[in-house]
Design a protein around this ligand. Sequence first.
Ligand code: ZN
Length: 423
Amino acid sequence: MSSSLLLTNCSQLVTLRGPVPRRGKALANPGIIRDGAVLIENGKIAAVGPRTEIEALPESLDAEKLDAGGRIALPGFVDSHTHLLFAASRAEEYEMRIAGASYEEIARKGGGILSSVKRLRAATEESLQQGALTALQQFAAHGTTTVEAKSGYGLDAASELKTLRIHRELKRAQPLDIVSTFLGAHVVPPEYRRRGKNADDYVELVAQELIPEVAREGLAEYCDVFCDRGAFTVKQARRILTAGRACGLQPRLHAEQLARTGATQLGVELHAASCDHLEKINRADIRALAKSDTVATLLPGCCFHLGLARYAPARELIEAGAIVGLATDYNPGTSPTLSMPMILSLACTQMRMTPAEALGAATINAAYSLGRQKQTGSIEVGKLADLAVFDLDDYREIPYYFGVHHCRLTLKRGKAIYCANDK
Ligand SMILES: [Zn+2]
């Protein structure tokens, strides 16, 4: 049975249509249709254009009509970097940091990522899945329709596989698209620091045992490494990402967050889908990214939450021609937000991206970084009807009203997955 829906009376239909990926000046064009409408058939976009034109189509006459009431509509956000599954918040560390402790000091005291590891290993699958389901509803409530999810709080075979199997279960249990990434190399697990074993032994466990098992069960599309000071070296990252690629897992990297290590150059060399963070990159790294198809995914929520002054050089990256993306980095230690509108505010205010650039980075370029650019990330015929309606007149008001919730309606494959209560 076919089902069609006409979303109409959108003051601005922010389509993000155009070339993919979006580089340089092309990132600044949001492709707005004023007084626009979208015809949706069987979960996909069947027609897009000015309201008068779309409403006059014969197919529109039979469609269920959804009046946006003069609000703006945009593509659902694609959150291309999250640590979706964790057992508990780390609010106690937040308070310690406010009192002056650094991220690395907290990690040395057994806090940081390792405290999330301890809690995730102890948590039941049911409680982890329930926590993720609640979070995914909140992602949807902020206009997000696709979420990348990383493992990396397990750091042993049983707990990493437990995390990735929950990703698989979540794909079935709720409507958002989940893109699963294996981040077995997040940090060196505690048992490899105590028993005469070292980081290289863990790297070999990841490369020789975990990656083949993850690939065999089809539990992830991507393999990620936290390649940074205090985590894994470039050499170790190369070993893991090459092993991942040999098993069909495409590389992505946490790069240059705490220190410049050369991770970005490695990512470009390996044709990684994305290098993420990039607060400490240099000019040569920017040039390398600009010449590559690797997305520079910026995560300003981390700098904001940690109270750091140095954000990634978004302007230099855009002006050099790199493909810039934005994501929340939703995680309990450094960026406990799932709000893409808040990330847009930070991108504009702290990294001097324009509202249009930020929107393109959070939708079409993010979709490109996940290999989903043909399905989502813009409002174009043939793509999934992944849309968000915001209670605003102008798309620039999304970042402008920082920290204020304006998402009114979120559609995934043409179905409402979030609808704000009438006031
Ligand atoms: Zn991360």
